[in-house]
Design a protein around this ligand. Structure first.
Ligand SMILES: N[C@@H](CCC(=O)N[C@@H](CS)C(=O)NCC(=O)O)C(=O)O
Length: 216
């Protein structure tokens, strides 16, 4: 099984299913393509039906899109419990992951994860002054706090134990750290959202990705 990804330093869509597969203890190799070079771009177009990464090559098929790979992994590795066991939590966990997958456009556009920023670099930028970004951050705090308060009692993750939404929000936590965003300005009065972001950034799998990215 091979996961084909973009450059670790800034391919946030690649990080998400990589985290998911790590949680499954899946036996997989990684092919990292630099799609900014003409060879890397050509290899990506040859490997991916959508022309985008990540894609997973498994059992003669190519599964494309971070969410589709995560859904496949939950089916293939039920023991990894990638979605919450409680039905209500599970419904909302899927909503949360899908909202991240399809939304938060302003945050993704204006607070990018790019090679110059690194993820733990010391050349940090101030958060952009932008009402659309502010609206995304208010919504993020509302979502994180709401889910943590309602479902998070059993652990430090969004729904208590680690689940797919935690993979989808990890790149957002890197942006909050990089841009030194004070979530308190966006409704995080009790620090629940901040603590959750810190939890995501302290996970061994994320730290392994970050180390590899920074070494590359
Ligand atoms: N909805 C897709 C988005 C994938 C995506 O945008 N991937 C970017 C890398 S982070 C890409 O392949 N970019 C290559 C390009 O635009 O040429 C997913 O969730 O996997």
């Amino acid at each position: 099984m091979e996961l084909i990804i973009g450059p670790r330093r800034f391919s946030t869509w690649s990080l998400r299913p990589w985290l998911v597969l790590k949680r499954c203890d899946a036996d997989f190799t990684v092919r990292e393509l630099d799609f900014n070079t003409s060879e890397g771009h050509a290899e990506m177009l040859a490997a991916s039906p959508s022309g985008l990464v990540p894609v997973l090559k498994v059992e003669g098929e190519t599964i494309w899109d971070s969410m589709a790979i995560s859904v496949w992994a939950a089916e293939r590795y039920p023991q990894a419990k990638l979605w919450p066991a409680d039905a209500h939590a599970r419904w909302l966990a899927r909503s949360a992951a899908c909202e991240m997958h399809g939304g938060f456009g302003a945050l993704r556009t204006h607070c990018t994860m790019n090679p110059d920023h690194l993820m733990v670099g010391d050349t940090r930028s101030p958060p952009p002054e932008n009402e659309a970004v502010a609206a995304d951050l208010r919504r993020l705090v509302e979502l994180w706090t709401g889910m943590r308060v309602r479902f998070g009692a059993g652990g430090d993750f969004l729904f208590g134990d680690w689940s797919v939404p935690d993979a989808f929000f990890t790149p957002v936590a890197t942006r909050i750290r990089h841009y030194q965003i004070d979530l308190g300005l966006y409704g995080d009065t009790d620090g629940v959202a901040r603590a959750y972001a810190d939890t995501l950034l302290a996970q061994p799998d994320f730290l392994e990705w970050e180390r590899t990215a920074l070494a590359g």
